[in-house]
Design a protein around this ligand. Structure first.
Ligand SMILES: CC(C)(COP(=O)(O)OP(=O)(O)OC[C@H]1O[C@@H](n2cnc3c(N)ncnc32)[C@H](O)[C@@H]1OP(=O)(O)O)[C@@H](O)C(=O)NCCC(=O)NCCS
Length: 429
């Protein structure tokens, strides 16, 4: 089921010369008070060559009815491994042109390009929860939002006190290299155990993405202070960092400041404890609000009273398997698995059918077409949800979304698909 654009509309590649048209369309899709001049002054993360616009029949020259881009993630982390993925983003349709199938056609275009470019997976952050399931994307990761009261008690971690702390203006020049290094290492071994990586912990692989991450222009500040960074070091080596902006409200009873953090990343528990000690004791503030944390982040175990931190879950990455065979063979499994999975995929029929998967934690998996009856049946959307190891196939079966044909197959396959480190990305692309 591949859909084409409505009559008269056409898809075309966009390059840097179309920057203002892109920003104009983007502010139609995502209302913003910023001027196009201000937005154009900020660095663009868009990968030219992978950015496409839709032009409407008889619209004014240059105007866009819709657009999308897709970031090239050559090292997208999946359980125990990495593979190439397309990161779908900047999806927008002008309100004048919505609900006539333009998004549907853009998704089909994106999936076709992923398939021909050897990207076995597409991943995205969804603006609204209801949009992408119909296209075969499953909610593959959640993240945690907290509001931690200032001075919240944390459990002791030996060695935390040995760290030194720098609190500075955040800049790509001063901190770009150390942040990239600590972020990458934190994704590869968040528990310190070799091979237990954090699935979905995507890095800012292109120079443009990295430059945009560090942008601190007015459109990013939105009336708040400029970006700051806390770096914790041990023997002169960076072991963790947190990017933050404080906001200050003076109330009758005095100051009620808020510490909004972006990434809070540490390489071990002692560094994490040293980092949170700083964040939880900044003068004139009363609450620390990390934007998004992995659901199993160290701080959730260090907080003496997690309930006081008002935990809330949000959907993080959505994953779509573009090439079921390559994607299933491209990850590791927590237990030995030998199963035939029956997949339904209405958009990409090459994925439909029975797949014989054999895998384990220590050996590369093998996935091949099979002509035997499946042990389990599911839609590709559910396979995407379970793919990073954070959503249990057993839970999906309990919701009626996975069907067990061979008794025992569900328990064994669900155990193999889980992963001890919760999946999730630390930044929104
Ligand atoms: C979301 C958006 C991209 C949809 O584009 P569109 O061209 O109107 O989508 P389509 O016409 O291809 O819709 C396909 C189907 O998805 C459904 N759909 C689209 N947007 C939806 C939404 N936000 N919530 C629920 N369903 C949605 C449509 O109703 C349609 O269903 P149908 O096939 O049963 O009729 C567009 O409305 C938009 O730009 N919204 C604002 C920005 C945004 O949210 N972008 C997504 C960023 S992740």
């Amino acid at each position: 089921m591949t859909s084409t654009l409505p009559a008269g509309y056409r898809l075309e590649p966009l390059d840097e010369s179309r920057r203002r048209d892109i920003l104009d369309l983007d502010t139609w899709a995502f209302p913003a008070s910023d001027s196009i001049d201000d937005l154009a002054a900020a660095p663009s993360p868009l990968p030219w060559g992978r950015t496409f616009g839709v032009v409407a029949p008889r619209d004014r020259p240059g105007a866009l009815a819709a657009m999308y881009t897709s970031y090239p993630f050559a090292h997208f982390p999946v359980p125990g491994a990495e593979l190439a993925a397309g990161g779908l983003s900047w999806v927008g349709v002008h309100p004048q042109h919505r609900r006539r199938g333009i998004l549907t056609a853009m998704i089909d275009d994106h999936l076709t390009r992923c398939a021909s470019g050897g990207e076995a997976v597409s991943a995205l952050f969804a603006a609204e929860h209801a949009i992408y399931g119909r296209f075969g994307y499953g909610r593959a990761a959640d993240d945690l939002r907290l509001e931690i009261p200032r001075s919240a008690a944390l459990r002791d971690v030996p060695g935390a006190e040995r760290h030194t702390v720098r609190i500075e203006h955040a800049s790509r020049e001063a901190h770009g290299a150390l942040v990239a290094q600590v972020h990458r290492e934190a994704g590869r071994a968040p528990t310190g155990v070799a091979g237990l990586n954090r699935p979905g912990w995507v890095t800012r692989e292109t120079d443009a993405l990295d430059a945009a991450f560090w942008d601190d222009s007015a459109v990013q500040r939105r009336g708040r202070e400029s970006a700051r960074i806390v770096v914790v070091e041990l023997d002169g080596e960076p072991r963790g960092y947190a990017r933050l902006r404080r906001t200050l409200d003076w109330e009758i009873a005095g100051p009620r400041g808020r510490v909004g953090t972006g990434e809070v990343v540490a390489l071990d528990a002692a560094a994490a404890r040293a980092l949170w000690d700083v964040l939880l004791d900044l003068d004139l503030t009363s609450v620390v609000a990390p934007f998004m944390l992995p659901v199993d982040d160290v701080v959730t175990h260090l907080l003496v009273d997690r309930r006081a931190a008002v935990p809330r879950l949000m959907d993080n990455l959505w994953v779509r398997l573009v090439d079921v065979r390559a994607a299933l063979a491209g990850r590791r499994y927590m237990a030995d698995v030998d199963v035939v999975i029956g997949v339904r995929d209405a958009r990409l029929p090459a994925n439909t059918g029975a797949w014989h998967l054999r895998g384990s934690a220590f050996e590369p998996a093998v996935c091949e077409r099979s002509d035997t009856e499946p042990d389990l049946d599911l839609d590709v959307r559910e396979l995407g949800a379970a793919y990073l190891g954070g959503t249990s196939l057993a839970a999906l079966a309990a919701a009626g979304l996975v069907t067990e044909r061979t008794p025992g197959a569900l328990a064994r396959t669900a155990a193999a698909f889980t992963w001890p480190v919760a999946p999730g990305a630390s930044w929104v692309f």
